[in-house]
Design a protein around this ligand. Structure first.
Ligand code: SAM
Length: 257
């Protein structure tokens, strides 16, 4: 997984003239290769502890990863977690095309495939329901609350009754912007943050991500019919709800009706 997906990411940047030695490129390659087991295991632990279910219910499950990016995480799930099938979807055709090539090269195409689809309209993933929908660092890329509610309606529609949604993403409730580490820019209205940028040098992610807090996630999930909404973060090795409020990144798990 590390070799195939690491190469894909390196090539993606190479054709755009970006060297694999640039810090940002290096970090994306690592995220999609050597860091994948750690990221997947952390998500699995959070899900398992928040859900109280043994091994997080992977065994024999049909899993949808919404916003799978280059697809390395979905591949690791397929190999290490024992699901029946993993379908990764992403809005980007180039990502799902290269990911499907890796799936084939790794001999996984009977249980791992990638489909170009928008998480707000999942009609391209077929009619067979999923046991779990995972959105790892992807839900916050939806531009507005309406888009988030549309995606939640789709997650609910494609899940079996009692199926789970599992999210992991950056937290709005931080004093520093979770990605750029600049102070408070994410809490300011976009025009103010943009106006301040040239003066202060603070970097913001307005227009790129829509950060949400744990209570905002809970409200949207309940409004969309999900129940048993739980959050947690794995700070200092301990999964706790309190940590979710204060962590840069937090997990949310909820049950479909
Ligand atoms: C930061 S990447 C996360 C990739 C992967 N989940 C991981 O953790 O390695 C976010 C991905 O979400 C995808 N995305 C953003 N909006 C989307 C949408 N509406 N539908 C499907 N994918 C979307 C982007 O194309 C991008 O590949």
């Amino acid at each position: 997984v590390a070799a195939c997906f690491g190469d894909v990411v390196a090539q993606y940047h190479a054709v755009r003239g970006r060297s694999a030695e640039l810090p940002a490129v290096k970090s994306t390659i690592r995220t999609n290769s050597e860091l994948v087991p750690k990221r997947a295991q952390q998500l699995a632990t959070l899900w398992q502890e928040l859900d109280g279910r043994h091994a997080g219910g992977w065994e024999g499950a049909r899993v949808l990863e919404a916003g799978c990016g280059f697809g390395a995480l979905a591949a690791y799930f397929a190999i290490a977690m024992g699901p029946r099938e993993v379908v990764g979807i992403d809005a980007r055709l180039d990502f799902v095309t290269s990911a499907n090539r890796c799936s084939q090269d790794l001999g996984l195409s009977d249980r791992l495939r990638y489909v170009q689809a928008d998480m707000r309209a999942l009609n391209r993933v077929g009619d067979e329901p999923f046991d779990v929908v995972i959105a790892n660092n992807s839900f916050i890329y939806l531009p507005a609350k309406r888009d988030m509610l549309d995606a939640l309606a789709e997650f609910r529609r494609v899940l079996v009754p009692g199926g789970r949604v599992v999210f992991y993403h950056a937290n709005l409730w931080q004093l520093r912007e979770p990605f750029t580490r600049s102070p408070i820019v994410h809490l300011l209205p976009a025009p103010v943050a943009k106006g301040l940028a040239p003066v202060t040098g603070w970097k913001h992610s307005h227009g790129r991500v829509r950060l949400v807090s744990p209570p905002q996630m809970a409200r949207m999930l309940r409004k969309s019919g999900f129940r048993e909404v739980r959050f947690g973060a794995a700070d200092r090795g301990v999964v706790s709800r309190r940590a979710a409020y204060l962590s840069r990144f937090y997990a949310t798990v909820a049950t479909a009706p």
